[in-house]
Structures are given as structure tokens and as C-alpha cells.
Design a protein around this ligand. Structure first.
Ligand code: FAD
Ligand code: 2HG
Ligand code: ZN
Length: 476
């Protein structure tokens, strides 16, 4: 094995290689600390050529390759297996933005660029890259594209898949496919780009991407709204599309339990409303049309205020506050975005990243909460998420004081209760986080034989040695 490591060193140099246990630890442990794997080495190539050379060496030596970006994934997809003969191939040295074209609304980036850097670079050119999620300060674009990440603006701009024009990929054989085409139209046979997007690193390694940009919004209105029920939240959203002139860019639903965790665990978090309510919506409307300033000042904030006022008269809104400036808007967003962090601080939980049709959300929540409580009466449901996309994080926090050893034996029953219901609603058991290691069995259980067999056929055809992130998504 030392021979293999020296061959890796010859490709990536000392700077690109980590072999000591302490150095490897953060790369073999996931964000939630649910998975801890083993790697022969962590390899950090500096460019696409080095990625291809490393993958070719691994193919020759029959060593598996686990691609990794920011390691913020929530399903263990970027973590090597415990007993595998694997390396972690981290893209975290490939952080160049190689082209920005504000005229053509595109940006070309290496896979390791942090999402926030991409957003900031776009903004500096008066453009928007709309992918936005709480992990944006540490997740990488390669990870975002490989998980087809969602986030808080999907209802307006789409998932990561909709935000990319072209890709460069290193195949499991170590060949480089240059699909970096900045084309809006390209019907030339099978869509390889779409195959790699969302493949969680099981079919190849994304090394570069051409991203789409949008005009930067000039007017943004953000509101924190207490609503009586998920039903009211969905009705509020439904009317908002027309009231905002199709400018709803985010609509997030939160139950009170999650907000309590944020207020308890996140320093500086405060409740913007005085009363205590069961359900809340965080609304963002944004438009590229600038606000009118001066005597007849007006824009989205005024439209939102009028709409929420009417909704209050109809009983859809109990209380609301509209941010008057960016600082206030950020504070409202922090309450929403800190849910995951606060839940981790509180202790163990099981996550259900589910989706159903938006109009079915209210009935699903009612039935789902009952099903979860039946499976584990002491469980503490923490429901929040992207209601505008029909995607909820329908999580179950361990009962207070329970540790993992006491809680995890109940996880299977809780998961089955939720996922059986999701499937009966025609929904998805993984709306945006992917399958990784966490949901391999569930995917096989809940999707049809023809679907799983087709996935296996694709995997075997592209990666006949099963060396590219093996054990993730489907077992072959
Ligand atoms: P990693 O965790 O490193 O890897 C994720 C998967 O992609 C793995 O299977 C890995 O093998 C593969 N991969 C990584 N890079 C490459 C590459 N270059 N080529 C091929 N395969 C690759 N997700 C959402 O969708 N929406 C959210 O709102 C959201 N919010 C989050 C909030 C918090 C606080 C946290 C911790 C996570 C959140 N996530 C969310 C999950 C996570 O941030 C996303 O899945 C993100 O896209 C992962 O990016 P990453 O660079 O960290 O990827
Ligand atoms: C979010 O929407 C993320 O904040 C994380 O997708 C969800 O913690 C979760 O379950
Ligand atoms: Zn989410």
C-alpha cells in the first residue's frame, strides 16, 4: 500500500496528500457525525488533469474513489465506507473561477468553489446565482451539482440542475469529458450532463461547470408571518403568486418546535413577534424592478403589506412583521437557516426530507404527525422547509434526554411510518438531500424494480469495476 500512496504523491505532491489519521478525520466523518469511515488517503488534486491521473491510478489498482466537496451532505454520500479500500478525493483545492460573462449571464467555475463565493462573485457583477442554502458558506458547487441541491429559492429558480449549462467530468476510467458548453439549446443525443447531475459522485467526478446567472433583484421584501395552520400557509402562498406579480422567491414553513430550538441554542436569536403561535411562514418576494423612492415611494414591501393585511382579514394570517432593511431581513432568515444547527445541538434526530404536491401538504402534515407519534409517542416532531416546493423536513427529534443508543433503535419504525405515508401521497422520500449511504435500503424498498434495475444498469455500464463511490444510491 505504501507503493500506492507514493504513486499518489507523485501525482498530487505533498500538499495534495493527507495520510495521517488526525488529518483524515474531518474527511471521513460527516457533518452530522452519523457516519465515520476509513480512507487509505485523502487526495486533493489541484486541477482536472491531476483528478484524471488519480482516478486512472485507482482504476488500475482497484481502489475506490469517494469524491468530496465541502462535506456538508446530510446522507453520508461523501464518506468512505468503514471497511472499504477507498480514497477520499477532495475537490477543495480546485477553487478557481475561470470565467465570468455578465453579458452572456454565465460563470465557469472549478468544482471546489464554495457556493457563497459564487453568489458574491455574481453579485459583484450585478448578477444573481440563485442557489441558496444554509450551508452555503462551506458547501462546494461540485457537491451542489452532484446532489442536485435545492434550498430556499427553488420555487422561483429551480433546483441546481436548472442552474447549470455545461459540465466537465472525469469518468471512472480516468478520461476527461469536456461538456463545458454554454449553450441554452443542445439536443445532441443522450443528455450526459443530466446524468451526472444528482448522481452523488457514483458515475464520475465533476471538475468544472458553466453556471447560469440571472439579473440581480433590485427590490426585496421579507416577512415573518404567523399562520394558524399549514393549510393557511399554502393558501397564503397560492394567492401571493398573483399579488406579488409572480415575484415570490421563497416561502418557508416552520412549526413552533423548531423555532424554540433555534431560540434556545443559537446565540442572539430573538422572536420577532410577541405572541406564541404554532406555525410560521418566512416569505421573500423579489423583483428586478427597482423600488420607487421619494414622495411616492413604493415597491414590493408595500404590495406585501397590503396582501398580508387582506390575508389577516380572511384569517389566513395571525400576526406578521415585514423587514424594514437588510439587517432585519437577515435576522429573520437566520431564524429559519439555523434550524439544522439548533437541532444538532439539541441531540439526535432522524431526518425526513420529503416532498408531496404543494396542495397536499396540509393533509400530509396532519396525518404524518399522527403517524410519527404512533411510531414513537415520545418523539418531538420538528417540521420545517420549503413549502413552496412541497418539500418539508419532517424530522423527529429524540425525546429530551435520550442519547443515540436509546433513540436509534426506534428510527426504523419512525422512518417507515413517515415514508409509507409519503409514498401513499405519491411523494418522494428524498426531495433534495439525495440517497448517499443513509437511504440505500429505503430507495430499494420504495422505488419499483424497473426503476432500481435501470439505475443499476446505468451504474454498471459507466463504472463496470464499481469503484466510483461504491455503496451509495444503489448496491450493484
Ligand atoms: P459533499 O457533502 O462533499 O458531497 C455530497 C455528495 O456529492 C457526495 O455523494 C459526494 O461524493 C458528491 N460529490 C461532491 N463533490 C463532487 C464532485 N465534484 N463530483 C462528483 N461528486 C461529488 N441541501 C439542500 O439541497 N438544500 C438545503 O437547503 C440544504 N441545507 C443544508 C443546511 C445545512 C446546515 C447543512 C449542513 C446541509 C444542508 N444541505 C442542504 C445539504 C448539503 O449542504 C448539500 O447536499 C450540498 O449540496 C452538499 O455540498 P458539499 O460540497 O458539501 O458536498
Ligand atoms: C434546510 O432546508 C436543509 O435547512 C436541512 O435542507 C434540513 O436539517 C434538515 O433536515
Ligand atoms: Zn432543505
Amino acid at each position: 500500500m505504501s507503493d500506492f500512496v507514493e504513486k499518489l504523491r507523485a501525482i498530487v505532491g505533498d500538499k495534495g496528500l493527507i495520510t495521517d489519521e488526525q488529518g483524515k478525520h474531518p474527511y471521513v466523518t460527516d457533518w452530522r457525525e452519523s457516519f465515520v469511515g476509513n480512507a487509505l488517503a485523502v487526495v486533493r488534486p489541484a486541477n482536472t488533469r491531476e483528478v484524471a491521473d488519480v482516478v486512472r491510478l485507482c482504476a488500475a489498482e482497484k481502489v475506490s474513489v469517494v469524491p468530496q466537496g465541502g462535506n456538508t451532505g446530510l446522507v453520508g454520500g461523501g464518506i468512505p465506507q468503514e471497511k472499504g479500500r477507498e480514497i477520499v478525493l477532495s475537490l477543495n483545492r480546485m477553487t478557481r473561477i475561470t470565467d465570468i460573462d455578465p453579458i452572456g449571464y454565465t460563470m465557469t467555475v472549478e468544482a471546489g468553489v464554495i457556493l457563497k463565493t459564487i453568489q458574491e462573485t455574481a453579485a459583484a457583477h450585478d448578477r444573481l446565482f440563485p442557489l441558496s442554502l444554509a450551508a452555503e458558506g462551506s458547501c462546494s458547487i461540485g457537491g451542489n451539482l452532484s446532489t442536485n441541491a435545492g434550498g430556499v429559492q427553488v420555487l422561483h429558480y429551480g433546483n441546481a440542475r436548472q442552474l447549470v449549462l455545461g459540465l466537465e467530468v472525469v469518468t471512472p476510467q480516468g478520461e476527461i469529458w469536456n461538456g463545458l458548453r454554454a449553450l441554452k439549446k443542445d439536443n445532441t443525443g443522450y443528455d450526459l450532463r443530466d446524468l451526472y447531475l444528482g448522481a452523488e459522485g457514483t458515475l464520475g467526478i465533476i471538475t468544472r461547470a458553466v453556471l447560469k446567472l440571472w439579473p440581480k433583484p433590485k427590490d426585496v421584501a421579507t416577512a415573518w408571518v404567523a399562520v394558524p395552520s399549514p393549510e393557511a400557509a399554502v393558501a397564503l402562498l397560492s394567492g401571493a403568486h398573483a399579488a406579488s406579480e409572480d415575484n415570490v422567491t421563497s416561502c418557508e414553513l416552520m412549526g413552533r418546535q423548531g423555532i424554540d430550538l433555534v431560540l434556545q441554542h443559537i446565540p442572539g436569536a430573538t422572536d420577532p413577534l410577541s405572541g406564541r403561535h404554532d406555525w410560521y411562514v418566512l416569505f421573500e418576494w423579489s423583483s428586478t424592478r427597482a423600488r420607487r423612492e421619494g414622495a411616492n415611494a413604493g415597491g414590493l414591501r408595500e404590495k406585501m403589506e397590503a396582501y398580508l393585511g387582506e390575508a389577516m382579514e380572511q384569517g389566513l394570517v395571525l400576526d406578521a412583521t415585514i423587514a424594514q432593511n437588510e439587517t432585519q431581513a437577515r435576522a429573520l432568515w437566520a431564524l429559519r437557516e439555523n434550524h439544522t444547527e439548533a437541532s444538532k445541538k439539541e441531540g439526535p434526530s432522524v431526518k425526513h426530507d420529503i416532498s408531496v404536491a404543494v396542495s397536499k401538504i396540509p393533509a400530509f402534515v396532519t396525518e404524518g404527525l399522527a403517524a410519527m407519534r404512533k411510531a414513537l409517542p415520545e418523539c418531538r416532531p420538528v417540521t420545517f422547509g420549503h413549502v413552496g416546493d412541497g418539500n418539508l423536513h419532517f424530522n423527529c427529534q429524540a425525546p429530551a434526554g435520550w442519547d443515540k443508543a436509546r433513540f436509534l433503535p426506534h428510527a426504523h419504525a419512525v422512518n417507515a411510518a413517515v415514508y409509507d405515508l409519503v409514498v401513499s401521497y405519491g411523494g418522494s422520500i428524498s426531495a433534495e438531500h439525495g440517497i448517499g449511504l443513509l437511504k440505500v435500503d429505503e430507495l430499494a424498498h420504495y422505488r419499483s424494480k424497473v426503476e432500481i434495475d435501470t439505475m443499476r444498469t446505468i451504474k454498471r455500464a459507466l463504472d463496470p469495476q464499481n469503484l466510483m463511490n461504491p455503496g451509495k444510491i444503489v448496491r450493484v
